[in-house]
Write a protein that binds this ligand. Structure first.
Ligand code: WTA
Length: 673
């Protein structure tokens, strides 16, 4: 879909109006973890890397590190060299003295008649120890081995992760909604001999057979030359097998059965070098096979703990709910490792946000006393679409909310702020990536005002810079976009792509590297692949992936900008823009919109969208056609599949739609063409 042109990214036009600031409330500031303006100075560029000692000191070390940053293999960095640490110890054991009886995990089953499982830190410790004993003894796993997980949202998922890292085993969790085939590719790439899964889980009110995917994964992995020797299957209901797919004799083992042999067993956490890999998280690029982003132990844990404290504002007494799936990086960093390292109570919800009705999320918030809420624009748009007035019906109070994953349109931001947050919660718009481990840009909520649609300044110790194609800096406040890069290393950044250092260097550093032999980090700016504009106040506005730019008559328009304009129209719930080939202009935008409930498609609405595009951006942005569709084709993680819409607009083959959450929508839209 990307339109490759010879126009420089720096020429991407910005037509976005600057939004007004929203200051955080006095009540929020009074309790915030970080209100010291001096943090920005302490983490200034000239204080990198030493400033990150402050984050490392939030952790317990077996042996304190002696070198903060080893750049001898730049850009593969080693943080906190010489240190010995264990992530499981930091997320579990160290809380026992003070908070043994406090809930670590609230597991909320999708069926409302099933009770919430409140796992205390003491119980988490017991279960992590027993499972670690099983992994060590029954599977013979040891530090440095890789194990693939293909688990749904459950309390057993963090228990599994924490048991593995207790032994120094590298986990690689594959999003539960992915196919057996995707899981197989990741098993093969990581060289896993053990797969850990669950028999079944609830989604949309149905108990899905998940075990079948393990069979598919093992079969496909074997074809690719990797034998899975053991499959450990957690039971959704302990004591019974809940999938139709049977267990394979000699290969599959029910964890809940095996565990009986390990009751009461304890396993000392293995003292791991700070730079030992903690986990792999696969992410797909635009081309080629998925990349296993390798995250290290000490650096990663320090970074997610520091950012959970100062950006998420997590205190031990908070009830924190991040609605992401643990199969994504957001779940790893900001459901499991960051919150648990701080001793918080973290909510894990099994199902979909609108089961059994549009009020479910707000009921969960009310009943568990959630006061920190974290989700993505796609979910916010969906919640706004299905139940714009639901939040007001429930008695909860958020002090803090997060948005992550894609740029949020100011209209949607304002609904989130006014309706979900009831005008009381501080919002952070956190921009980052699987590769970066933790936040890159965000406001510190007790120190900086919010600005709708804008992620805010670089995090303390993260120094963004926008470069044009020639590597020249695009100055702040010019309304010009370019390639946003990070000038310095930080502890949360991935260490390499698993087994492919060349690809790591090529894809993320080569473009602006000043000297490929340099051991000085200053020569290795990190290329994020996003297009961004930095405003005069230093706030960063992300336009989307550099590849998602539409070029109309040599004007490069960010798709997000066009979509934001459409969302200004009252009736519109969701918008997606795709390029359509045009003889003269090169391409023209086609605009797809879905309406909020209660509205009927009409020419008048389509006209309003056109008018908004012209008014907000200019005549250049006028769409060839406005399609009012019943719903957007979406992936299981909720990202809109613009590729499919583009195929429909251009009359080309839509390709495989079976991996979508809603393939039927594609047929309906095709009929409109
Ligand atoms: C996009 C998710 C705008 C961006 C943590 C990035 C965002 C990609 C934001 C990484 C945000 C993420 N505002 N865009 N707050 N957060 N993105 O690896 O294009 O799933 O490069 O990591 O999502 O997606 P990933």
């Amino acid at each position: 879909m990307a339109e490759k042109t010879d126009v420089s990214e720096a020429q991407i036009a910005s037509h976005w109006k600057e939004e007004d600031y929203y200051p955080p409330s006095a009540k929020f500031i009074a309790q915030a973890n970080m209100t010291d303006e001096g943090i920005y100075e302490r983490f200034a560029l000239e204080n990198v890397p030493d400033c990150f000692k402050e984050y490392a000191d939030l952790l317990d070390w077996y042996k304190y590190w002696d070198e903060i940053l080893d750049t001898s293999d730049a850009p593969c960095y080693k943080w906190f060299k010489g240190g010995l640490i264990n992530a499981s110890y930091n997320c579990v054991d160290r809380h026992l003295a003070k908070n043994r009886n406090k809930t670590a995990i609230h597991f909320v089953p999708e069926l409302e008649e099933e009770k919430v499982d409140h796992v205390t830190y003491q119980e988490l410790w017991v279960r992590v120890n027993e499972f670690a004993a099983l992994l060590q003894d029954f599977c013979g796993l040891k530090a440095g081995d890789r194990v693939t997980l293909h688990m749904p949202m459950s309390a057993e998922l963090p228990i599994t992760m924490l048991a593995l890292c207790r032994l120094g085993v590298i986990h690689s969790q594959v999003f539960g909604g992915f196919s057996g085939k995707s899981c197989a590719d990741r098993i093969v790439d990581s060289g896993s001999e053990v797969l850990i899964t669950m028999d079944a889980y609830y989604r949309g009110g149905k108990l899905l057979d998940h075990k079948i995917k393990a069979d598919e994964a093992c079969e496909e992995a074997a074809k690719q030359g990797q034998t899975v020797k053991k499959v450990l299957v957690w039971q959704r209901y302990a004591g019974k097998h809940s999938a139709e797919t049977p267990m394979v004799e000699g290969r599959d083992f029910a964890v809940n059965e095996l565990l009986k042999n390990y009751y009461g067993k304890r396993v000392e956490p293995v003292k791991m070098p700070a730079e030992a890999p903690l986990f792999l998280m696969y992410t797909s690029g635009t081309t080629g096979k998925p990349k296993g982003c390798q995250h290290g132990t000490g650096g990663y844990l320090a970074y997610v703990t520091g950012t959970s404290k100062y950006v998420q504002d997590i205190h031990p007494e908070d009830v924190y709910w991040c609605m992401a799936d643990i199969g994504w990086i957001t779940g790893h960093s900001y459901i499991v490792y960051g919150p648990l390292a701080l001793g918080a109570s973290s909510v894990i919800y099994e199902g979909i946000p609108n089961y059994p009705d549009a009020g479910r999320c707000w009921r969960i918030a009310q009943d568990l006393g959630v006061n920190i809420f974290h989700t993505a624009p796609t979910a916010i748009r969906a919640l706004r679409k299905i139940g714009p007035d639901e939040p007001a019906k429930y008695d909860y109070e958020f002090k803090h909310m997060t948005t992550v994953g894609e740029p949020i349109e100011p209209e949607v931001w304002k609904w989130y702020y006014n309706v979900v947050g009831k005008g009381k919660a501080a919002i952070v718009d956190t921009w980052w990536q699987t590769e970066t481990g933790g936040f890159l840009c965000s406001t510190l909520p007790g120190l900086r005002a919010m600005k709708p649609g804008s992620a805010g300044p670089g995090m303390p110790g993260i120094h963004p810079i926008v470069l044009d194609d020639e590597g020249k800096e695009v100055p702040d406040g010019q309304g010009k976009a370019g390639n946003i890069c990070i000038q310095n290393p930080w502890p949360g950044m991935f260490q390499t792509i698993w087994g492919d250092r060349d690809r790591f260097v090529r894809q993320y550093f080569e473009r602006y590297c000043k000297d490929p032999n340099s051991k000085d980090w200053r020569d290795w700016p990190y290329l994020t692949g996003d297009a961004a504009i930095i405003a005069e106040d230093g706030y960063v506005r992300i336009l989307g992936r550099i590849d998602d730019v539409i070029n109309v008559s040599g004007h490069r328009l960010g798709t997000k900008e066009l979509e934001s304009a459409a969302l200004v129209v009252e009736e519109i719930a969701e918008a997606a823009v795709v390029p359509v080939k045009h003889d003269i202009k090169g391409v023209e935008p086609d605009m797809y919109v879905a309406l909020k409930p209660g509205y009927e498609a009409s020419d008048a609405i389509a006209d309003k969208v056109q008018k908004a595009l012209v008014e907000e951006i200019g005549p250049i942005a006028k769409a060839r056609k406005v399609w009012i569709v019943p719903d957007m084709p979406k992936t299981r993680s909720g990202k809109i599949m613009r590729r499919i819409l583009a195929a429909i607009s251009n009359g080309t083959d839509v390709g495989d739609t079976m991996t979508l959450a809603n393939p039927e929508v594609v047929e309906a839209i095709k009929k409109m063409a």
